[in-house]
Every structure is written in C-alpha cells, then in structure tokens.
Ligand binder design. Structure first.
Ligand code: NDP
Length: 280
C-alpha cells in the first residue's frame, strides 16, 4: 500500500510553476497576475485568501487583492469584476466563496471571462471539459488527476466510482476520469445500493463531506482510494474515508490532511500560469 503524499507532490508542482512563472516574466517583461476578490468578513475565507496570496508570492506570481465590505452591492461587485476582466496585468480572477447572502454569486461569477476563470467554474470551461476540449478545470478534481498521474496510477479502462456530484468537485471529477478513459459511475444522496457500487471500483473518489463514510466493507481489495472530504470530528480533521480501516485494503490511498487538500492551491497556481501563457 502506498500513501499518496499530496503535500510533497504539491511542493514539487509549486517549484515547477515558479520556474514557468519566471520564464513568463523574462519573456513578457511582466509577472503572471492573479486577482483575488474577497467580499465580506468571513474569517475562514480570510484565511483561504491569505494562503492563496502567500502561495502566489512564493511562486513568483503577482497577486492583486481586493476586499469589499459585507454590505457591498451587486452592482459594486460586478463593476469590480468587469474592471479586472479588462485589466491587462490580471491573468486570473478568483472570487472567494461563499459570498454574503444578499449577493447573486452566479451573476458575479458570470462576469469573469472564461480565459481568466482560473477556478474553472464558468459555463464555457465546464462545457469544454464535458466535450473533452481545452478547458480550465476546477482545482480540486484537477489536483486528484494530477496525483494519479504522478503516482503512475493507471486510469484508462478502469472502473472509477465518484461519490458526490457537486459542481466544484464530483461532477468535474467524473468528467476528468471519463476523459482519461475510465468507466465512470457517479453516486449521490439518492443512489441505491451505494456500498455495492463502491465495491466494484478500481478507483474510488469520495467527495461528499461525511466523516469516515467509506468503510473497509465498501472497498475492493487493491483499490485506489482518493479522499477529497475535509471534515471535523471531535475537534480533529478527517476525510470521507475511514483511513485506518481502509488503508490495508487499498493499493494507494490519500490521507486527510496532506492528501488532496494541498493540491488545490497548487492547481490554482497552475491554472493561473496557464491562463497567462494562453492569453499571451
Ligand atoms: P457538496 O455538499 O456541494 O456536495 C456533496 C455531494 O455529496 C452531493 O452531490 C451530495 O448528493 C453527495 N452526498 C451527500 N451525502 C451523501 C450520502 N450520504 N451518500 C451519497 N452521496 C452523498 O460538497 P462539495 O462537493 O463542495 O465537497 C465535498 C467534500 O469535499 C467536503 O468535505 C468538502 O469540505 C471537501 N472539499 C475539499 C476540497 C479540498 O481542497 N480538498 C475542496 C472542495 C471541497 P446530492 O447531490 O444528491 O445532494
């Protein structure tokens, strides 16, 4: 059994991206730029934004931080995004979610042009992913695929089961696995016989947000188990997989923390550098 080390892999990717960002700067005489927009005063969001800004700096990416107050209007938020959309120094725009409840998040995100949509949430990018075309893909599922690649886990022809169908994780995850020639089943809260379906998986990706939901009985001997979940149980961080029980059955498994989590920021930086390269 191999424990997939997301922290180490993410550090390697960030070092590679630093080289790419440096080459971009040398060639185009400006840094790759990411605009990070925070609306409201959610403490968790403030931490996420700080981490993203710091990761940018470490990778030689220029970050532009914008903070609007909780009472910002829809018009103010959309006007900010539109100004960033035409700002030549900005290659990527990230709006930290969730937004204050009075704002229409979909309408604000829709103002981000597809080529600056580094989160891969736009209809254009999701459509391109669904058509197996050139797309910017949501960071977390992209991070999972990158882990599978770097650990040389074969995907083509394998039975993959994705638990969860959210727009930011489960759905794009299933499309990425399909595009990589896996035979994919997506399970959700209405799925019948979920345990039996999981047991057929060569690759099982859990992204439902239920602590230790996946037990050893649900996992086939030798399966690759990827745990996207981030949950708190009795004050401790844990995934959607009962790691201790499942690890002896799996051929590869990601821990929580230190598995998929660190890959998400690395993929955000990847998408930003890629957006800059494509724009130029
Ligand atoms: P959502 O709550 O948006 O989606 C959860 C999905 O799981 C839904 O499709 C839901 O089904 C399904 N689900 C919920 N309960 C069950 C159940 N008992 N059986 C089967 N399916 C179920 O969550 P996200 O996709 O945003 O996140 C999932 C997890 O991943 C969370 O723990 C989150 O914290 C974590 N996460 C981790 C990231 C990282 O960087 N590592 C990034 C993003 C998320 P239905 O559609 O029917 O409601």
């Amino acid at each position: 059994m191999t424990i997939i080390d997301g922290k180490k892999t993410a550090a390697e990717i960030r070092a590679e991206l630093k080289v790419r960002a440096g080459a971009f700067e040398e060639k185009y005489h400006r840094k790759v730029g990411l605009a990070v927009v925070l609306i409201g005063e959610d403490p968790a969001s403030e931490v996420y934004v700080r981490n993203k800004v710091k990761a940018c700096e470490d990778a030689g990416i220029r970050s532009f931080s914008y903070a609007l107050p909780t009472q910002a209007t829809q018009e103010e938020a959309e006007a900010l995004i539109l100004s960033l959309a035409t700002n030549e120094e900005v290659d990527g725009i990230l709006v930290q979610l969730p937004l204050p409840r009075h704002l229409n998040a979909d309408a604000i995100l829709a103002k981000i042009p597809a080529e600056k949509d580094v989160d891969g949430f736009s209809k254009e990018n999701i459509g391109a992913l669904a058509l197996n075309g050139v797309a910017t893909v949501a960071c977390t599922p992209l991070g999972v695929i990158e882990l599978l690649k770097r650990y040389q886990v074969p995907v083509s022809g394998k039975r993959a089961v994705v638990l969860g169908r959210s727009n930011i994780v489960g759905r794009p995850m299933a499309l990425l696995l399909l595009n990589a020639d896996a035979t994919v089943t997506v399970c959700h809260s209405k799925t019948e016989n979920l345990s039996e379906i999981c047991k057929e998986a060569d690759i099982l990706v859990a992204a439902i947000g239920k602590p230790k939901f996946v037990t050893a009985e649900m996992v086939k001997e030798g399966a690759v188990v990827i745990d996207v979940g981030i949950n708190r149980k009795e004050g401790k961080l844990c995934g959607d997989v009962d790691f201790e029980a499942v690890k002896d059955k799996a051929s590869f498994i990601t821990p929580v923390p230190g598995g998929v989590g660190p890959m998400t920021i690395a993929m955000l930086l990847n998408n930003t550098v890629q957006a800059a390269e494509r724009r130029q």
